[in-house]
Design a protein. Sequence first.
Lengths: 279, 173
Amino acid sequence: MIDAWIEELMWLEIDQMISPSEHERLQAHLKTRPTDREHFAALQRMAQLFGQMGEVDPPAELHERIIHALETAKPPRSHRAHLFARAGAGEERAGFIGRLTALFTPLTPRPAWTLAAAAVAGVFIGVIGYHLIRSGAGTTGDADNARFYGTVNKDGLGRDGAVLHIDVEGATGELRARRDDSRVFSELDIRSEKEIEIILEYGGTPLDVAAGKRSGYPPNEVAAGDGEVRVRNRGDGTYRFSFALAEDPASPMTVSVRSEQGEVLYQGKVLPPAAPARQ
Amino acid sequence: MFVEACLAGERKAFEVLVDRYEKKLYNAAYRVLNDPEDAIEATQSAFVKAYERLGTFDTSQRFFPWMYRILVNESLNIINRRKRFEELDSTIPVPGRNPEEKYGDQEIARHLQAAVRELPPDYRVVIALRHYQGFSYEEIAEILGVPEKTVKSRLFTARQRLRGILESKGIVG
């Protein structure tokens, strides 16, 4: 019967994790013990058998299954928690000005972005004001646009449509949305010199995108996953898509514009349009 | 870098990690579970859990031990769920005097895999990580979150048992 300590040294030798002093000790032991030499040879053969087994090729469908599963997975927690925390903070602000500010709060406060967000918010207020003045009674008065963003109430609350102007370096555009019960219909007009990505994230609520591809995601297409819609654009593009809301949203949608290199050019929040009042 | 991109909301960045680790993780799961469908399930679950828990990953640490630890846990969960349905392979041939002559390499490999399957799950894991994945004791300790001496001890016992199983079936002399 071989001693446990010597067998341990044998495995350390086979694993190439033996120290020089242990190696010498083992060799000295084996020189005088032919039975232990045979045992050592048997262990080496066993280790070789493992080596002969090699790697197994995964089934072809494995990659697709993983990617598909990831599409329905929850986003990493820290990312989601970050969004929820910011959204919650926006919700706590009272009044119309507070709500408007909440729509365009940058996720990462930086001086340059603060200015950009303020500029976009100014444009937004201007657009709302323009429509309020033009419509008189609080409607847009624009038949085409009304199709998408409907009426805007005086206080900006309970509206059934929303519009967001995007004006950042290298890209200008407009995102319009209207709501019909549980579905939100959106239209995005965007012009960009370089490739950009517009990302609509919505607090982890699964978005059932009616138009646009769920995978592949080539430029100038719409893609969607769990809680987000992405549009990759270069040049002039018009995108129409709609999605279902599982429940009445309490948190704003985050709209981001990113450069091809992933740099965040703009990030703001939009309260999803409220469902139209039933007659 | 990929982890940070994922945490910034870039799911595509995670797919790079899938490409990098998918085959190795599948192999580790396959060696522990000895079943292709179970290995797919474990690998898929491990990636989904890793993605969802990425926020808990300490970016100052190496990614692969963390990823492997999730895979090992998923594999052990599958073993526990299916334990009562598992049947040990009882069709190993009668011992022979010269196993290397009696069986071809593939046959021996098959018997070896069957012998590994007879080990308790904790021992299967260390065997898979050491012999099929080639991790050092230190790396296995990092993956399993146990001291290195525990890894050595488990490996030693696992190999002794394995050798006993193979000897009793005439696979090694």
